[in-house]
Design a protein around this ligand. Structure first.
Ligand code: ZN
Ligand code: ZN
Length: 442
């Protein structure tokens, strides 16, 4: 039986020897960006690669997702390694699809490369037989919470219930047999650091808001109308007035956009629509802020005599990195790239559906550098593929080896120390309870 160090060395060498192929796949994914629940080509490519490497794959989970398995030499717990399939919409990004505007401006293509890298590492000589348990390889759709109308349409057709990929995976039971989960997100550190531990992320919920006024001639008889755009403007001003009451430590983010401002300039706007996210570090603060934001919408309606319909949609729960899993990751990262090149992100105002997973089972989402530009921006691209894909894959592979070697003692230990925030039924009830629709008229 090889020692743990020998297993890790073999795994890293296998990732390097498959490096060109792995990076080529990541670049292919980057070249045909597809947004959430539309990742048909991306999903087919990942399936083809995994099957080509002898990994059995189940397709069509949550429309475009998939799951494969690698089995160790003995039974034991299951560690999931996740990669996200979806792109954003950022027209003007160098990889943007000219027709759809889809672009990998969050670099999820690197995650697909990482999952393949983990497979290459675990398939190295002697590694899998030395492990007890299984590794679930998950390619998950729709992490970016966008195209809400399209997803609501899929929901009305009964093709999904929640609007994100991991909540759907949870609902469909794909995490029922998973004991621990990890994935690595791309980042731009702007310095020498290569791998970073994650801390926490904000949770998020979404609101779709419709102000309903009354159309009239905007020049001839504006007094006969009810101006829905003015109602929306008052609501936005009220939200801005709330901001000074947000506590720094709660990292509240409310960032509405107007998606419809009126039908034509010579008619008093009668149908004006907004969308907003409400994000915060904890669920109670998110809920409290959401109620106060609703009050602002009602204020706009009250002032102008318009009606307002507020639809609240569940988003994602705050992310919590499991401290024991994170510590294991830190040790492996330091060994791999040196202590100076390992950093720590304490909290991010952004949100991810990995948060949902982390409320149920021990999970981590560290970061790998190698990107330049601003995430979600037209300038966010990978410049160091070795760090962004291969180093990230090695660190996760080494964690899997540590967790599942020697009878999976460490995996059992991490699991035993973990206190889940909620059970799956509690999670589903929370998510379902968040969805509501209310109409307000004076
Ligand atoms: Zn993103
Ligand atoms: Zn992302």
């Amino acid at each position: 039986m090889l020692s743990r160090d020998e297993l890790k060395r073999n795994a890293a060498a296998a990732i390097d020897s498959h490096g060109d192929e792995i990076v080529r796949v990541a670049k292919t994914v980057e070249g045909h960006p597809e947004t959430g629940f539309r990742e048909v080509k991306t999903s087919a490519l990942v399936s083809e690669k995994l099957r080509g490497w002898g990994v059995p794959v189940q397709n069509g989970i949550a429309i475009t997702g998939l799951k494969g398995h690698l089995n160790g030499g003995a039974p034991g717990p299951t560690v999931a390694v996740l990669g996200e399939l979806d792109s954003l919409m950022v027209p003007g990004h160098p990889s943007a699809d000219l027709q759809t505007g889809a672009a990998h401006a969050c670099a999820h293509h690197t995650q697909i490369g990482m999952v393949l890298g983990v497979v290459a590492g675990l398939q190295a000589t002697g590694v899998l037989p030395a492990l007890s348990g299984r590794v679930a390889l998950m390619a998950v759709p729709a992490e970016e919470y966008i195209e809400v109308e399209f997803r609501e349409q899929l929901r009305s057709e009964g093709r999904l219930e929640f609007l994100g990929g991991k909540p759907e995976f949870i609902r469909l039971g794909q995490f029922d047999d998973v004991d621990l989960a990890m994935m690595t997100h791309s980042t731009n550190t702007g310095d020498h650091r290569k791998l970073l531990l994650g801390g926490t992320n904000n949770g998020v919920l979404a609101k779709q808001v419709q102000f309903i006024g009354k159309a009239a001639h905007a020049g001839g008889a504006p007094w006969q109308g009810i101006n829905a755009l003015n109602a929306a403007t008052i609501a936005l001003t009220a939200i801005n007035a709330l901001r000074e009451t947000f506590r720094d430590g709660d990292t509240v983010r409310v960032h509405p956009i107007i998606t419809r401002g009126g039908a034509s300039v010579n008619s008093v706007p009668a149908d004006v629509r907004l969308e907003t996210f409400v994000r915060a570090r904890t669920v109670p603060v998110m809920m409290e802020t959401a109620e106060r934001v609703d009050r602002c919408f009602r204020a706009g309606a009250l002032a102008t005599g318009a009606r307002v319909k507020i639809t609240t949609l569940p988003g994602y729960l705050p992310l919590i990195n499991d401290p024991h899993l994170a510590d294991l990751y830190r040790r492996n990262a330091e060994e791999l790239v040196g202590k100076d090149a390992v950093g720590h992100i304490r909290h991010r105002g952004s949100s991810t559906d990995m948060g949902d997973v982390s409320n149920l089972i021990p999970a981590i989402q560290p970061y790998a550098a190698g990107a330049e530009g601003s995430a979600h921006g037209a300038d966010y691209v990978i410049q160091d593929w070795d760090v962004a894909v291969l180093t990230a894959a090695k660190a996760m592979t080494w964690c899997v080896i540590d967790l599942l070697a020697e009878g999976a003692a460490l995996a059992y230990e991490v699991k035993a120390k973990h206190r889940p925030k909620m059970t799956k039924p509690e999670y589903l009830a929370t998510m379902r309870g968040l969805r509501q629709e209310q109409t307000y008229a004076e």
